[in-house]
Design a protein around this ligand. Structure first.
Ligand SMILES: Cc1cc2nc3c(=O)[nH]c(=O)nc-3n(C[C@H](O)[C@H](O)[C@H](O)COP(=O)(O)OP(=O)(O)OC[C@H]3O[C@@H](n4cnc5c(N)ncnc54)[C@H](O)[C@@H]3O)c2cc1C
Length: 222
């Protein structure tokens, strides 16, 4: 395999590094101060103005949605930077030098994985409702797999039940460690559960898109 950086990657490496040097590193103190003030005010998970301003700058420079692989982008009908994973990896390395920097480029987890999943497998309706605002950096999302009762690194252990009842899915389960769930912008969860417990061991699971304001019939802790 040829690991030489492509011309496109080399150009983006320069531009992402320049953005880090010109905008991200100088904003680190402002970020910390704003986060500390929000935490003291009891609103730790709210969006930070520091990052929102930088998102606009990165978007204006075309340093936006770099993560969306070229094949997912074409499957979804939405444009990313048109990179392969091999081309994206060295850019993620540069962004990763500051823990929060990837959000400024709309390249932060868990949204990246969730956007890619919806791009590949979502219906047109789901793409319009969730993928579009996620790609525009207007909402955030979360991924709910881990459960307190089972060893959750193995999806075959997951015990949450997803049952179809008429036109609805009823989900019964207990999730924790859901990164980003407390962010007021978090509008959607991709949730893993068992939809067919009688199927072969590795075919029992499904993932469903759950709006954050979906009706909950039991106590729901974030
Ligand atoms: C910062 C942070 C953010 C997270 N965000 C999310 C999130 O957004 N959404 C979400 O769903 N979860 C999230 N998690 C949870 C995390 O993904 C899980 O903790 C992880 O998947 C491991 O599952 P577990 O804790 O149940 O550990 P376990 O599955 O119990 O695993 C514990 C250890 O045992 C090993 N192990 C497990 N089964 C076997 C086996 N059969 N044989 C040998 N070894 C085994 C594992 O490799 C691991 O080393 C987050 C965790 C952290 C720390």
């Amino acid at each position: 395999m040829d690991f030489e950086y492509s011309a496109k990657t080399k150009d983006l490496q320069k531009r992402v590094q320049a953005f880090m040097d010109d905008h991200i590193y100088p904003a680190e103190a402002e970020y910390s101060a704003e986060l500390a003030a929000n935490t003291a005010a009891g609103k730790r998970w709210t969006a930070l103005k520091t990052v929102e301003k930088l998102k606009e700058k990165a978007k204006a420079q075309g340093l936006w949605n770099l993560f969306l692989p070229v094949d997912s982008a074409s499957a979804s009908g939405y444009a990313g930077a048109g990179l392969t994973n091999q081309e994206y990896a060295p850019l993620a390395e540069i962004m990763g030098a500051v823990p929060w920097a990837s959000e400024a480029f709309n390249c932060s987890a868990p949204d990246t994985g969730n956007m890619e999943t919806i791009a590949r497998y979502g219906s047109e309706e789901i793409k319009a409702r969730w993928l579009k605002p996620l790609l525009e950096g207007q909402i955030r999302s979360a991924f709910a797999m881990t459960e307190p009762e089972v060893a959750s690194s193995d999806a075959t252990n997951i015990s949450t039940r997803i049952e179809r009842q008429g036109d609805e899915y009823v989900i019964n389960g207990h999730k924790w460690w859901i990164s980003g769930a407390a962010d007021p912008r978090c509008a959607v969860f991709i949730t893993m559960g068992k939809s067919d417990p009688e199927a072969p061991r590795h075919s029992q699971q499904s993932m469903v898109v759950v709006p954050a304001d979906a009706r909950a019939s039991a106590s729901c802790a974030r």
